[in-house]
Design a protein around this ligand. Structure first.
Ligand code: NDP
Length: 280
């Protein structure tokens, strides 16, 4: 039976470490500062922003929250980001996605000073991840690296298979595993013989967005299985990309959904902001 990787526990441990470091930091200088911007009134985004604000307070960060109306122009948003780029109390700037259609999200991300881009989505930071010279890594893949580390698994030389190649999960995940000396295969919707490939994975990361897509017969006995998927079933219940019950009989470690990858994301945002504070 697989051991459950408890994302809440790993996340709480990391937050405690961050809180301690911030406490010490404040004795000699200022706390890390995060600015979160939300444009419009998307209810899910409002919850995310609130949770980020709460998490900042818990670890002793300084935070600023900007709730802007749906009608905010791209020009106005860029002007605010430029102001925050120049603000020495702010180390991290996050624009909650999605933004309204009249705003070009790519242009917005490009405006954020790369040293304050705590989502690590800007081309400069994506390039650094490719080169292996990064300080800031995208939150979800970075959180997964922490979860894998928590199992005591040494990634070096392991067959790592990432199913999904999005810019925010699959691709950066593959790069982080590669930098940890994994032998990495990236699969996607055009991949042939997917089962053959996943069955060879010592570490399997599923980031597909399809409930129960990875079944027990696709998993190598003893594999570490990371389920990134967040799918809602017809009753609104959150489920992952992995058939959890079946996979538990085959894997050595597995992340549940909810309670696995999800709780790590905001924690890694805090970690990136702390890192960014040290860079400023
Ligand atoms: P995307 O939709 O951007 O990417 C999905 C990927 O899955 C694509 O690369 C796609 O391939 C691939 N795919 C689709 N069908 C198949 C198939 N039949 N076989 C193999 N690969 C396939 O999703 P994201 O990367 O943004 O997110 C993935 C999941 O993770 C979602 O459920 C999302 O909600 C969740 N998520 C969870 C987070 C968390 O904090 N827990 C954070 C971010 C995402 P192709 O490129 O060829 O289309």
């Amino acid at each position: 039976m697989a051991q459950i990787i408890d994302g809440k526990l790993v996340s709480a441990r990391l937050r405690e470490e961050i809180r301690h470091e911030v406490e010490k930091m404040k004795e000699h200088g200022r706390a890390p500062g995060l600015a979160v911007i939300l444009v419009g009134e998307d209810p899910a985004s409002q919850v995310y922003v609130k949770n980020k604000e709460k998490a900042c307070a818990e670890v002793g960060f300084y935070s600023e929250k900007y709730l802007l109306p749906e009608t905010t122009s791209e020009h106005e948003l860029i002007a605010l980001i430029n102001k925050l780029n120049a603000n020495t109390d702010i180390d991290g700037i996050l624009v909650q996605s999605p933004v309204p259609k009249h705003i070009d999200y790519k242009k917005i991300v490009d405006t954020i000073d790369p040293s304050k881009d705590v989502d690590a989505f800007s081309p400069v930071n994506v390039g650094r991840i490719m080169l292996g010279t990064y300080s800031l890594a995208p939150c979800t893949p970075a959180g997964i690296m922490e979860l894998i580390a928590s199992t005591g698994t040494d990634i070096s030389g392991k067959n790592c298979v990432v199913v999904g190649r999005s810019n925010i999960v699959g691709k950066p995940m593959a790069m982080l595993l590669l930098h940890a000396d994994g032998t990495v295969t990236v699969c996607h919707s055009k991949t042939k013989n997917l089962k053959e490939i996943t069955s060879n994975a010592d570490i399997l990361v599923a980031a597909v967005g399809k409930a129960g897509f990875i079944t027990a017969d696709m998993i190598k006995p003893g594999a570490v299985v990371i389920d990134v998927g967040m799918n809602r079933d017809e009753n609104g219940k959150l489920t992952g990309d992995v058939d959890f019950d079946g996979a538990c009989n085959v894997a050595s470690f597995i992340t549940p959904v909810p309670g696995g990858v999800g709780p790590m994301t905001i924690t890694m945002l805090l970690k990136n902001t702390l890192t960014s504070r040290k860079l400023h």
